[in-house]
Write a protein that binds this ligand. Sequence first.
Ligand SMILES: *[C@@H]1O[C@H](CO)[C@@H](O)[C@H](O)[C@H]1NC(C)=O
Ligand SMILES: *[C@@H]1O[C@H](CO)[C@@H](O)[C@H](O)[C@H]1NC(C)=O
Ligand SMILES: *[C@@H]1O[C@H](CO)[C@@H](O)[C@H](O)[C@H]1NC(C)=O
Length: 217
Amino acid sequence: MHLLISVSVCLLLAVTAVAQKPHPCKSPPFMVGRVTLLSPKGQLVAYERFTYDALGKRIRARVQGTNHNHSFHVDILALFQEGVVYEISYRNQTCKKSALKAPFQPIQIPQNATFQAQVIIGSSSGPGQGLLVNNWFGDIPEQKAKYFLTFTEFGCLPITNLYNSEQTGWILTSFFDLVIGIEDPEDFIPPDFCDTKPVDKGEEVVTDFFEVLLKKH
Ligand SMILES: *[C@@H]1O[C@H](CO)[C@@H](O)[C@H](O)[C@H]1NC(C)=O
Ligand SMILES: *[C@@H]1O[C@H](CO)[C@@H](O)[C@H](O)[C@H]1NC(C)=O
Ligand SMILES: *[C@@H]1O[C@H](CO)[C@@H](O)[C@H](O)[C@H]1NC(C)=O
């Protein structure tokens, strides 16, 4: 009898779990990890290490890649609250500062995204062989853009982001080796050789974080 009850409780739980549709979720506010970025139109392939702080609206990204067959290496510190982006080169001891006019976009499923499906990447046949994820899609009419997102069911961690707009073409971003938390708070401090005075008027303006990667390399 006891066994029967626990079995039916388990079944009940299983049924409720299936019936519950995932809700749009927000990733943890502090993360470090790695990203690959592929953009067929710009012929861009980039591999980056990033540190992400959604509360302080700060991103540090050390990027290696090729764009139209030219290899590049950039070290970017984007401080969205201050409205400043630094391009840092330790080797040359140079630091290029630009005004950053882009809004900070937290890593999350937008509230108006449409849930597509819950699937397992890999297999559910054995422990550790699969990862339970949710697929979402949506539109951003202002940018004439659409996106497809895959995030983990547990932890709301990003796996892939496929983005398309007329301006950028398709961009595929894949996340991996994520660690929750900030490993080195210094990542958000510009090095000594950076000019940290407020950005002057005449200085270059960056309106989109991707622009830093896409435009000059
Ligand atoms: C890139 O380099 C490869 C090999 O050198 C060449 O075949 C290809 O046409 C180049 N692509 C572009 C876009 O220049
Ligand atoms: C560093 O200096 C070299 C040689 O002057 C130059 O070719 C390169 O573009 C510089 N890199 C950066 C990131 O400023
Ligand atoms: C979804 O929400 C975003 C952010 O609020 C907005 O920019 C976008 O236009 C919305 N998409 C649609 C299809 O309404």
